[in-house]
Design a protein around this ligand. Structure first.
Ligand code: SAM
Length: 319
């Protein structure tokens, strides 16, 4: 059996009668098999260089601890650094703490009091390296299927999996637009940090609605405009906070209207928080420029393009 077949074979067996999941796994396997990314051999070598470890997972904490502590911390650091940049975390792998670009635990802290994932099958769209999937399992989820088209994050998830062993948190190299149009009844679908990257946000929300069982929940986290601009919609001319792929940022009222129009009910904004350079910053594990360089140094309420600085909202709604 090939390496990729084995990888998602265990995912298939966790939800045996789901045609949707079987199809999703087949797509992921094909994509991994045929990927021609130039860094793939180096990433594979880094994964092969990870030290032997006794697997384990302590998930219900800000930096999930995966695997027992290994003696060669220097070698471990070198291998994991080949998978730079590490954006979502913090994570503790084999006894080494990865201080990632994002304090993703802060986002989780704002969100967790508002959801109950016990026994649920969850889809996380744009899951990055699967950090939030670990926290979802820690909060009682039965299965987390994460999708993210960025191959490096799948490699980082494989590194995490080396330490955690076969826990039911998966990352598949797929975008939402690649998911098959087969009926599926997911309990909760997360879409965090993805909506503003989508050219057609209304379609993104409708697609999430179609993936949920009746009464299922969407957890949507996205950029919004600051207080006083609730009904506005910003469509950046070019970049936003130095990002090329931000298509539209709504005020919260505008966002709620999109969510309602997609067919959701019981819609609630549970949090609105400005993103600061304490939450998103350059670290040893993400050495590129970060939020600080995207904000106007003389007025951090604005981006370098003169647009409102990032504020993020969390919306929970039922299908
Ligand atoms: C800003 S990050 C957010 C990551 C994480 N969900 C979080 O909240 O921190 C956006 C993620 O969405 C992924 N992404 C981009 N386009 C996507 C698509 N079409 N479908 C699914 N994920 C996508 C990117 O690769 C990236 O990992």
């Amino acid at each position: 059996m090939s390496r990729n077949k084995m990888l998602y074979g265990s995912l298939r067996s966790r939800w045996k009668n789901s045609k949707w999941l079987a199809e999703v796994c087949a797509l992921a396997e094909t994509k991994l098999r045929d990927h021609r990314h130039g860094d793939l051999p180096r990433w594979r070598a880094a994964l092969d260089a990870l030290p032997q470890v006794r697997a384990g997972a302590l998930l219900n904490q800000p930096a999930p601890e995966l695997g027992c502590s290994v003696s060669d911390q220097h070698g471990l650091r070198e291998a994991l650094m080949e998978l730079h940049p590490w954006r979502k975390g913090p994570l503790c792998l084999g006894g080494l703490t990865l201080d990632t670009e994002w304090r993703s635990d802060w986002k989780w802290g704002r969100l967790a009091p508002h959801i109950d994932l016990h026994g649920q099958r969850v889809l996380d769209i744009g899951c990055g390296n699967g950090y939030f999937g670990l926290r979802m399992l820690g909060a009682g989820a039965e299965l987390v299927v994460g999708i993210d088209p960025t191959l490096l994050y799948v490699m980082q998830w494989l590194a995490c999996r080396h330490f955690s062993g076969g826990i039911p948190n998966y990352v598949l190299p797929l975008g939402i637009e690649e998911l098959p149009e087969i009926a599926v009844d997911l309990d909760t679908v997360f879409s965090m940090g993805v909506l503003y990257h989508r050219k057609d946000p209304a379609h993104h929300l409708q697609r999430i609605h179609s993936l949920l069982k009746t009464g299922g929940s969407m957890v949507l986290e996205t950029l919004v405009l600051p207080e006083g601009m609730e009904e506005d919609l910003l469509v950046p001319d070019s970049r936003y906070a130095r990002m090329r792929n931000v298509w539209a940022i709504p005020g919260t009222d505008c966002l709620l209207q999109w969510v309602e129009e997609a067919g959701f009910e019981n819609i609630e904004v549970v949090d609105v928080t400005p993103t600061t350079s304490l939450e998103q910053r350059t670290t040893d594990w993400m050495r590129f420029e970060s939020l600080e360089q995207a904000l106007d140094p003389s007025d951090t309420s604005q981006t370098v393009e003169g647009l409102p600085a990032p504020v993020r909202a969390i919306v929970i709604a039922r299908s």
